[in-house]
Design a protein around this ligand. Structure first.
Ligand code: IMP
Length: 198
């Protein structure tokens, strides 16, 4: 059976593909299957709403298991921002590093650095309604960018229990504890239940 991922972010697709490897499903990105690019306007006010909107953008694939994620960084002293605006925070056209620097400038000299990554995954099984699950990893923001692995805000995020950023810890450790892997663990339970029943 196929699992089709909706995302235009190549690094995120790769993470999801890595994490789904042990399900026994054939995992594809939607562009490999549909041979075209689909743009979804992410105007939801929650991660769940945006993930749902994205997964429904490929609902024409009725025989497959479909998944889409929406994720972002919530910084406590910024009242949860960048949140659902994480991908475009600070303006369009910024690089990942510039976006990290933008966040750090906003909390310069601020003592409370607590933050979390949140990931909502929407999943659709053939002929079933959309379901959503959430994974969270708590942590703290650094004062400067550290490390080269990963993407997005990884160079400024230190997960609880570690003293290095996700970008320094590398993908193996990140995959064990990340918001995305925690959400995906719940997705895998649903996939296994589905496969057992069908
Ligand atoms: P979207 O879910 O594609 O709308 O984008 C989420 C944005 O949140 C990404 O572009 C990143 O900036 C940020 N983000 C989400 N997950 C991660 C992660 O695992 N590491 C670093 N940044 C992330």
């Amino acid at each position: 059976m196929r699992c089709v991922i909706f995302s235009n972010n190549q690094k995120k697709c790769q993470e999801l593909q890595d994490l789904l490897q042990d399900t026994g499903l054939e995992v594809f990105t939607y562009s490999e299957v549909l041979n075209r690019e689909i743009t979804v306007i992410e105007d939801g006010v929650t991660f769940d709403q945006n993930a749902t909107k994205k997964v429904l953008a490929i609902s024409q694939l009725k025989q497959d298991i479909l998944i889409a994620d929406d994720s972002g960084l919530e910084v406590d002293v910024l009242d949860g921002r960048p949140g659902v605006y994480s991908a475009r925070y600070g303006g369009e056209g910024l690089s990942d590093s510039q976006r990290c620097e933008h966040v750090l400038r906003q909390i310069e000299n601020v003592k409370n650095r607590s933050a979390r990554f949140v990931c909502s995954i929407a999943i659709v099984f053939p002929e079933k309604p959309v379901e959503t699950v959430q994974g969270i990893v708590e942590g703290a923001l650094t004062g400067q960018l550290q490390g080269n692995a990963g993407f997005g805000y990884d160079p400024i995020f230190i997960p609880v229990g570690y003293d290095r950023t996700f970008a320094e810890l590398g993908t193996e450790i990140k995959h064990k504890i990340s918001h995305r892997s925690r959400a995906l663990a719940q997705v895998k339970d649903k996939i296994n239940d589905f496969l057992a029943e069908n």
